[in-house]
Design a binder for this molecule. Sequence first.
Ligand code: SAM
Length: 316
Amino acid sequence: MAHNHEISGAIPLPATIFLKIVMSVINTREPLETNCFGTNLPSPFPDNYLYNGKCEDMLNHCIETNLKFDLIFTSPPYNLGKQYGNYNDKNSLDQYLIWQTEVISLCEKVIKSTGSICWQVGNSMRDGHIEPLDIYLVPIFNKLGFILRNRIIWHYGHGLHCKHRFSGRYETILWFTKSETYKFNIDPVRIPSKYPGKRHFKGPKKGELSGNPNGKNPEDVWFIPNIKHNHVEKTKHPCQFPVALVQRMLLATTNIGDAIFDPFAGACTTMAAATQFQRRAYGSEINSDYCEIGKNRIQQGAMGKLSYRDHLLPIA
Ligand SMILES: C[S@@+](CC[C@H](N)C(=O)[O-])C[C@H]1O[C@@H](n2cnc3c(N)ncnc32)[C@H](O)[C@@H]1O
């Protein structure tokens, strides 16, 4: 288990939020150099890099140049037929899983022995029935030796209204570690306790606070708004995930300066969260329009000026 030097649970939560706002105002961090973005694969990689190209190529290049990551956090296409611009997102489930196996196997080669992988997925759909992708993906990770630490339910309030089944309002984050030795920093991600003033009513600790005064473990069901049109993080990417998902996982499983990779970067939410929280950001994305959007967000993060909805903000 590791410790880091974030604004942490040693400070009461309201003060933590206040400090974050003050720090973002007084922050004078520099943007990244222009060599951090491109359609080429440099050797060695700079400290941060967004590759406009296929993740398979970037992963092979990481293997060749021995670049390893502390955390891979991604959301692959869901095989739903989404219009991403230059990618066919509708194959048979078997073909999709063969492709995912190929990418996950490459990821296994570039994750540090103390590292984590988070695969964020929902359901694919076929002829009116659902194909919950996590059910199919877990055995692929297990076969490669990964250890499942949590299957986090990401619950949100908005989506399609279904007529012939219950409306879907969650997706999952599969959190795997490569080994039994891994980072898990609970203090930077504590959330307010339900009963903060509750005290032991008997026994040797009678009268003392029974919970941690710095907040509680966020548990494995996360209620975080999804990105709809009025969300502060909305870009023209059709299926971004919110920064808060990455923020919570990144603060818990990495330290400042650690390297984070998103093979399916999209609008670069993972990379922008990484630079915002002073981690090194790597990613690949085949669509050049999304790379342009992502580049701006990564730069905002590098300067500590990313627009995002913090994971601690209460739901209205
Ligand atoms: C579900 S989206 C990721 C969205 C991202 N999490 C965000 O918040 O913006 C998946 C992305 O993978 C990209 N993609 C598909 N195949 C790819 C490949 N082989 N290599 C790199 N990117 C790919 C798509 O263009 C799409 O933007």
